[in-house]
Design a protein around this ligand. Structure first.
Ligand code: HEC
Ligand code: HEC
Length: 430
């Protein structure tokens, strides 16, 4: 390279830097200089404490339905009540469904958290891979009439099935507020063999425009409105304008129409409830840590040495307040912007040999991939991994294979019993 080329290059670089810095902060993906980030507030994950609200919107007062009905999107307390509400036949529950309220499955240790409820997914194993049964891979475990109960007998004998454990939603507003570019930067810094896969998925409220995925075991969603619209339809059977079909299509019973069981006109929700669910989750604090003992600190050091932290990323800063995210549909509020969170996830897909072969929004290549689950709040999870089959941390670690997973697993297996206990003490503090 000649000197002139080098100098020209430098000038170009300097000009680009100046241009980059003068861009007003606006769209996600553009890195912008901003004030020193602050730690996100945390909840103790203790039902006896009223510490869930993070300051996004008004807190309001607890709803007493005997006094007055909740109003969607008026306050945190209204939205929390609506998240916890049970749907009935008059609301359009079912005809096939899994449970009657978001709060029925997202409940422990406090509302928004987890539960032992699991979803059933199934399909056919063929030579070409996994094929969905009629009506999709989600098999609804309840119905409003015995005649339309979905059963795997109907696709026997060559089906394959798997369970999916409930994921925590507490703190998810911060996860939504992570710029897509930030996830890209995490990936760039991951060494060979540990690099995650980023997928872009449709944002229902933005007419299907794409955004970097981050929610669900298969990273099937990028926004909380999209996830809520999907859950309202697929868990509860409530058609709504954010359900991916614009509220026009009920689920089927193994492919057969159940329209005659449903007298409520579609969409069964105009979208207000869906937004209330999303705004409830956006207004929750990040899951807080348990007691930090010397063993926990020693275990944290081992967590880094075992390269767990490469996928289970300890700290991420959310996009600055004012950044437009969700393909143009949401502006990061002050309560969620420029906050440091400790999710212990890179929010990317990996194949660590544990996948169930089911393709969701990510396409064929993601068949056996699973999103790194955030480990914040993992001390509340008894049944671990996507299928809930591992009942203790040591066994969950044994399920890690592939290049990166094998490195971590072997590192763990070669530790002394004292060191293993320290690493597990650390996991139990998350
Ligand atoms: C039958 C139990 C059940 C019900 C009812 C339910 N969920 Fe879930 N939820 C789950 C399970 C299981 C998962 C993980 C599913 C997956 O990723 O495959 C999940 C995942 C989620 C996630 C992703 C969390 C993350 O950080 O990745 C969100 C958000 C969510 N649910 C919101 C809701 C909302 C809103 C409702 C009510 C409309 C609802 N859920 C109703 C069981 C349930
Ligand atoms: C290559 C990326 C990667 C590395 C390295 C890694 N993990 Fe994971 N981890 C994952 C993925 C992906 C899953 C989800 C797999 C599934 O559910 O099938 C997971 C799941 C888990 C779970 C279950 C969490 C839950 O909520 O169910 C625990 C616990 C866990 N990992 C701990 C560790 C520890 C400890 C280490 C280091 C010894 C480690 N992981 C290293 C990617 C990784």
């Amino acid at each position: 390279m000649t000197k002139t080329v080098k100098i020209l290059g430098l000038i170009l670089f300097a000009t680009l830097m100046v241009l980059a810095m003068s861009v007003p902060r606006s769209i996600e993906g553009q890195s912008t200089a901003s004030a020193q980030p602050a730690e996100a507030p945390t909840t103790a994950l203790d039902a006896r404490k009223d510490d869930l609200f993070n300051g996004f919107g008004a807190k309001g007062s607890p709803i007493d339905e005997c006094v007055s009905a909740p109003v969607a999107n008026r306050s945190f307390e209204d939205n929390k009540f609506i998240f916890n509400e049970l749907e009935s036949l008059e609301d359009g529950l079912g005809p096939v469904y899994n449970d009657a309220g978001c709060g029925s499955c997202h409940q422990a240790p406090i509302i928004g958290g987890i539960s032992q409820s699991k979803e059933l997914r199934a399909g056919f194993a063929t030579f070409n891979g996994f094929v969905n049964p009629p009506g999709g891979s989600l098999i609804h475990l309840r119905a409003i009439a015995a005649t339309i109960q979905e059963r795997l007998d109907d696709i026997a004998p060559n089906y394959k099935s798997t369970l999916r454990t409930t994921l925590n939603t507490i703190g998810d507003g911060y996860v939504e507020a992570i710029a897509g570019g930030t996830i890209g930067n995490i990936r760039n810094n991951q060494p060979f063999g540990f690099k995650g896969t980023i997928i872009n998925v449709p944002v229902a409220e933005a007419g299907g425009k794409l955004r970097v995925a981050r929610f669900g075991w298969k990273n099937q969603h990028a926004s909380l409105v999209s996830f809520s619209g999907d859950a309202y339809l697929n868990e509860m059977g409530i058609t709504n304008r954010f359900d991916g079909n614009n509220g026009q299509m009920e689920n089927t019973s193994m492919g057969a129409s159940v329209e005659e069981y449903d007298a409520v006109p579609d969409p069964e929700d105009d979208g207000d409830d869906v937004q209330a669910f999303a705004n409830f989750m956006r207004a929750t604090r990040a899951p807080g840590r348990g007691p930090i003992t010397p063993a926990v600190l020693r275990g944290e050091d081992l967590f880094h040495k075992a390269a767990c932290s490469i996928c289970h990323t300890p700290s991420i800063t959310t996009a600055p307040a004012g950044t437009v995210i969700n393909a143009g549909e949401f502006t990061v509020p002050a309560a969620l912007g420029n906050k440091v969170i400790h999710p212990f996830s890179d929010f990317m897909l990996h194949d660590i040999g544990s996948g169930d072969g089911i393709v969701q929004n990510g396409g064929e290549a993601t068949r056996n991939m699973v999103r790194t689950p955030p480990l914040w709040g993992v001390r509340t999870r008894v049944e671990m991994m996507h299928d809930g089959l591992e009942l203790n941390f040591a066994d969950a670690i044994q399920r890690h294979a592939g290049f990166g997973g094998t490195f971590s697993r072997n590192f763990f297996n070669n530790l002394s019993n004292f060191q293993k206990a320290d690493l597990i003490a650390f996991l139990k503090s998350l």
